[in-house]
Design a binder for this molecule. Structure first.
Ligand SMILES: [Fe+2]
Ligand SMILES: [Fe+2]
Length: 144
């Protein structure tokens, strides 16, 4: 599996967790809290692996630093929002609104990655390299 397919799989796993969290009633606090923890872990692991394996390699090759750094900056915003939501807790009345704001931001970011950023990466990585980067991403997930 190449890096694009693996990143898309990560994105899909995160999207599904957002969906499950949204479907979870505010009365099921324990389930909500567990789902939010899973989402937080999955998303943070994705951001880190994506940054260290994908963006760092691409940044070393591409001239379009601004666009790439802008994308990496969104990761810091997402991590901060996850911390804020974690601190606010599942029983807080702002929980749902904050999760939905985060979901919108992540969806927007993912759409940008899977179009503009992947297109740029395809100009710099051969099919072989994309395959190797995919393996590195997998290894990062197994041993961060
Ligand atoms: Fe990202
Ligand atoms: Fe991503």
């Amino acid at each position: 599996m190449d890096i694009y397919q693996r990143l898309e799989n990560d994105h899909e796993a995160v999207r599904r967790l957002f969906e499950l969290l949204e479907g979870c009633s505010s009365r099921a606090q324990r389930a909500r809290s567990d789902l939010f923890s899973s989402l937080r872990n999955e998303l943070l692991a994705h951001l880190l692996a994506e940054q260290e394996v994908f963006y760092d390699t691409l940044l070393a090759r591409s001239d379009e630093q601004d666009l790439l750094l802008e994308s990496v900056e969104v990761h810091a915003v997402v991590a901060r929002m996850l911390d804020d939501i974690e601190a606010c807790g599942v029983d807080d009345e702002r929980f749902e609104r904050r999760v939905s704001e985060l979901e919108d931001l992540v969806a927007q970011h993912v759409a940008q990655e899977e179009s503009v950023v992947f297109e740029m990466a395809r100009k710099h990585f051969s099919a072989d390299e994309a395959q190797k980067l995919g393996e590195q991403l997998q290894a990062h997930h197994e041993d961060p």
